[in-house]
Design a protein around this ligand. Structure first.
Ligand SMILES: [Zn+2]
Length: 140
């Protein structure tokens, strides 16, 4: 079995619904995502021969996804009033509405699924909410 690993960071705001503690308030993180690929065999021909995947291709996809989340407000769908959403958007804020509670665990799963849609053999995504706290999602 072979593996590759790369990472990217994005800054975004969020809050947790139905949470009693500091995280119920709007706050931000520098989210660090670490993406692991796992593949049984190396490529057998072409420019990627004897590689899992070209690092350039891997990094490009991971960075594009991080870019999509960077400097946004991650909002769980239905957690803010429609009027609030419209007001925030009218003020020029970029909302990223997600169909789940915006925990690091759910983000790890979502990011993993998004990268697997790009045909990357992703086996694991770690999402660090702080330098010392990390949630992981395992694809298999
Ligand atoms: Zn948080």
């Amino acid at each position: 079995m072979y593996g590759l690993k790369t990472e990217a960071c994005f800054d975004s705001a969020h809050f947790l619904t139905d949470y009693y503690g500091k995280c119920e308030n709007l706050h931000g993180h520098r989210w660090r995502m670490v993406v692991y690929l796992k593949q049984e065999k190396l490529q057998e021909e072409g420019t990627m021969m004897d590689m899992v995947l070209d690092f350039g291709v891997f990094k490009k996809e991971v960075r594009a996804l991080a870019e999509e989340f960077d400097h946004t407000f991650l909002v769980e769908e239905g957690s803010l009033k429609q009027a609030t959403m419209e007001l925030l958007e009218s003020e020029g804020f970029t909302l990223k509405v997600l169909p789940f509670r915006t925990t690091a665990e759910n983000l790890a799963r979502h990011l993993c699924e998004r990268l697997r849609e790009k045909e990357l053999p992703v086996s694991q995504v770690d999402v660090f909410e702080t330098p010392l706290n990390c949630a992981s999602y395992f694809a298999d």
